[in-house]
Write a protein that binds this ligand. Structure first.
Ligand SMILES: Nc1nc2c(ncn2[C@@H]2O[C@H](COP(=O)(O)OP(=O)(O)O)[C@@H](O)[C@H]2O)c(=O)[nH]1
Ligand SMILES: [Mg+2]
Length: 266
């Protein structure tokens, strides 16, 4: 066991969920601006977090060495995910960790992470390996080509929902269809609006205040942000033993409320 002090956790921002311009950061040291910030929201991911951080770090280090950060935002998981992540910080200098105690929810976690992020591009990936980390490089490729946003999609070439039955495939399209009816100009912009795996340039979101309702962050970002060019890359959604959905029936109801609220506010 190491006798050194653990690295400090990130302070949790308070107030609204607004995405701001990067503050003027020094050009050297720990708070210099970066090209990319990847948020990993976690709840009860003790068995995945180490491997996922390792994998994402390896890929990003190869592509943009020294120019990225990985931020784990954990909702005070009883399995100690945040503590495991915190202990990884000495091994991974690009890793930062936030522990949310008062606020809850996937949505809030991602935005709180983006609020402390130093990257010009902001991204999110699930913490349970349902999003293959390898697709990060394809997403980054779209951003490099000039994309304002890059979305990992199950419904374009190279994408699939692996071993889902026809019934499950049909049911999974239900929320998307409702979204297309209620918000065609938003939901219709991408083939997989339910995706939780994407990157977006900060400049598209500056001044936008996000609302923490439902769990479909991409729809909120598309609705409130200014995102002219969207690139999509296919990915295979993994059904794996290491993941267990925490999405509840209440979240489906929140999804509908979310769509209605956006429809009324846009
Ligand atoms: N911080 C935080 N992360 C969450 C919360 N709910 C889910 N997650 C994480 O978000 C990702 C997606 O959640 P999951 O339940 O697997 O959603 P699904 O795969 O869409 O059913 C995983 O990394 C979870 O650990 C939450 O309330 N707070
Ligand atoms: Mg999952």
């Amino acid at each position: 066991m190491s006798l050194s002090q653990p690295h400090p956790l990130l302070p949790v921002p308070s107030g609204s969920l607004e995405i701001r311009e990067l503050p003027i950061l020094s050009q050297a040291g720990d708070d210099r601006p970066l090209r990319f910030s990847l948020i990993i929201p976690t709840y009860q991911e003790a068995k995945n977090v180490k491997k996922l951080v390792h994998k994402c770090n390896k890929l990003l280090k190869r592509e943009i060495p020294g120019e990225y950060e990985i931020i784990v935002v954990d909702d005070n998981s009883p399995d100690g995910t945040w503590e495991i992540a915190q202990n990884l910080m000495s091994e991974y200098p690009q890793l930062r960790v936030m522990r949310l105690v008062e606020e809850r929810g996937l949505y809030t976690a991602v935005i709180r992470g983006w609020q402390v992020a130093r990257g010009e591009v902001l991204g999110v990936i699930d913490g349970d390996f349902q999003h293959p980390p390898e697709a990060l490089l394809k997403l980054w490729g779209e951003i490099k080509r000039g994309g304002d946003m890059a979305v990992a999609s199950r419904h374009v070439a190279g994408g699939s929902v692996s071993d889902w039955s026809i019934v499950r495939r049909f049911l999974s399209r239900g929320p998307q269809t409702v979204g297309l009816i209620l918000l065609p100009g938003v939901v219709g912009r991408v083939s997989d609006p339910m995706s939780g795996y994407f990157m977006v340039r900060r400049k598209c979101l500056i001044g936008c205040t996000m609302s923490p309702l439902g769990y479909k962050i991409l729809i909120e970002v598309l609705a409130r942000g200014r995102v002219p060019w969207i690139g999509e890359v296919g990915y295979q959604f993994k059904e794996c033993a290491n993941s267990e959905s925490k999405v509840t029936a209440k979240q489906y109801i929140d999804y509908l409320r979310h769509l209605l609220r956006l429809r009324l506010s846009l």
